[in-house]
Design a protein around this ligand. Structure first.
Ligand code: GDG
Length: 478
């Protein structure tokens, strides 16, 4: 792709969609990161001359901009200190807990906030550097909530959208944030704000009205410019999805099918395989599902080798205290369950604190008779959508928490409230015992939903909403 100085579509996200991979000879190259967002953006960018602004994954000086995966990648530098303050601190230890129902307490530090502002300014400047006149800018997620207003101040010609991958909290929780007004003001710099659920969009609109005195109507918030002109910002839901066709094709490949058989055999060919796949994060309800499973074992509802539970817990945010504590708790529990209920060669829990290639994940999904998706709060949860996509055989059963965005689309699953351990146990048993014919019907319905609402449709809907946002400031009403 030829180097250009400015682009008509600019994506800004905390991370660039590539990772540097160093070969045995010390030479390094960029590899596309796995994940739906990259796939979605790649297809959005195709033939459109797009740029992506984000951190390249290594502290210190940023690499020079470069072309990769059909996009112009513009790295933003982050120092080791900023990684601790802006990213691990303010983003993941202040905002993340507040936006996820304060499952763990949020920490407030003024230095973290200062660095969050500074890094957001840096991202905004980078966006303005690569954006062509009148370009569309699509900003992602809670790390960059000040960027919309910062970009608008520098470049009022741009059309600005922001999408929140995580929930937006109820006003009572958001109110705890000492910098709540600045965040609202930052977001209101956008023309359009996209959320996973309509409840998230409504939470934002309510926060703007109740905490910041903005005038609101339905899905819109009105902001007033210093010169008295008004601008209307729309906030609505556009639930994210996955690359259904691509993943389905992978799941049907002979290699993945063979690997699934191999995994089942290596697990000792149990009658029931339960599976959890999550980042090791306290929002995901891993402890709750382990507790329910342990109680079912202790009550003799089933026992190994007839049943086994595979938990893939991908390492995540390992320097943040709450994540260290969670890891200790989960690993202690797994040890206790295996010590009590495992038999030689047949552990009750296969715990994997590792991350795997996509092919392996697709094979695991096919092995899982019961998929346990039990978050206490989750913006969407793509794992639930990936699981049903991989079940082209219509086998398996999805146990899904009502506190995920995914549940609002996948009603035809075994719904659970993970806080209700007794209820969760009954749901797990129901998922196992339900007539296979009925399970197939549920699986078919879930698959249809995901196939008709894939990641491409999500991206198109977001960009349509951005395009139809009010064209320019409306004159102040008399
Ligand atoms: C945030 C929001 C929202 C996991 N382990 C491996 C692996 N994964 C993949 C999964 C899935 C992705 O990572 C995780 O996505 P989730 O949606 O489940 O959760 P978050 O990471 O918390 O994502 C969430 C999402 O943003 C998108 O808007 O849905 O609510 O919290 O794709 O499959 N992939 C591979 N190896 C692993 O070991 N290859």
């Amino acid at each position: 792709m030829p180097r250009q100085h400015t682009y008509d579509l600019v994506i800004a996200a905390n991370r660039l969609p590539v990772d540097r991979v160093v070969g045995p000879d010390g030479s390094s190259e960029w590899h596309r990161s796995p994940g739906g967002l990259v796939t979605a953006m790649e297809s959005v960018m195709r033939g459109r001359e797009g740029a992506w602004v984000g951190w390249a994954g290594e502290a210190g000086e940023a690499p020079a901009p470069f072309a990769e995966a059909g996009m112009w990648l513009h790295p933003v530098p982050l120092s080791e200190d900023e990684l601790q303050t802006y990213y691990e601190g303010f983003s993941n230890d202040t905002l993340w807990p507040i936006y996820h129902d304060v499952i763990v307490p949020a920490h407030f530090h003024r230095e973290w906030w200062q660095d969050y502002q500074r890094v957001n300014e840096r991202f905004a400047e980078a966006v303005c550097e690569v954006a062509a006149p009148g370009a569309r800018v699509w900003i992602h997620d809670y790390q960059l909530q000040l960027v919309p207003a910062l970009v608008r101040r520098l470049r009022p010609d741009l059309r600005i959208g922001w999408f929140n991958h995580i929930p937006f909290p109820p006003v009572e929780l958001f109110a705890q944030l000492p910098w709540r007004s600045q965040i609202i003001e930052g977001l209101l710099g956008a023309d359009y704000l996209g959320f996973q659920r309509s409840a998230d969009a409504a939470n934002f609109v309510r926060a703007a009205r109740q905490l910041d005195g903005r005038s609101t109507r339905g899905e819109t918030v009105t902001t007033t410019h210093p010169d008295g002109r008004e601008r209307v910002v729309r906030a609505s839901s556009v639930p994210i999805s996955i690359d259904y066709a691509g993943l389905e094709q992978l799941a049907r490949s002979p290699e993945v099918l063979a690997r699934a058989e191999q995994i089942r055999t290596s697990l000792g060919d149990p009658e029931i395989v339960m599976l959890g796949v999550d980042r090791l994060d306290y929002t995901k309800g891993i402890r709750h599902r382990l507790k329910a499973y342990e109680e079912l074992l202790s009550e003799g509802a089933f026992c190994p080798p007839e049943v086994t539970f595979v938990q893939v817990a991908t390492p995540s945010r390992e320097r943040v205290e709450a994540y260290k504590r969670l890891r200790t708790e989960v690993e202690t529990t797994v040890g206790r369950i295996n010590g009590t209920y495992g038999t030689l060669g047949s552990p009750a829990v296969h715990y994997l604190h590792q991350s795997y290639p996509r092919e392996e994940m697709a094979a695991l999904f096919q092995v899982a008779d019961v998929m346990l998706v039990t978050p206490l709060r989750d913006g969407m949860n793509l794992v639930a959508k990936e699981y049903v996509t991989c079940r082209h055989d219509l086998g398996g059963a999805l146990v899904l928490s009502e506190f995920t965005g995914a549940w609002h689309e996948l009603h035809q699953s075994f719904v659970c409230n993970p806080h209700d351990i007794e209820g969760l146990k009954q749901t797990m048993l129901r998922a196992i015992e339900t007539d296979p014919k009925d399970r197939r019907r549920l699986m078919r319905a879930s698959r249809r939903r995901v196939s008709e609402h894939d990641v491409q449709r999500w991206a198109d809907r977001f960009l349509d909403n951005l395009a139809s946002a009010p064209e320019r400031p409306t004159p102040k009403r008399a």
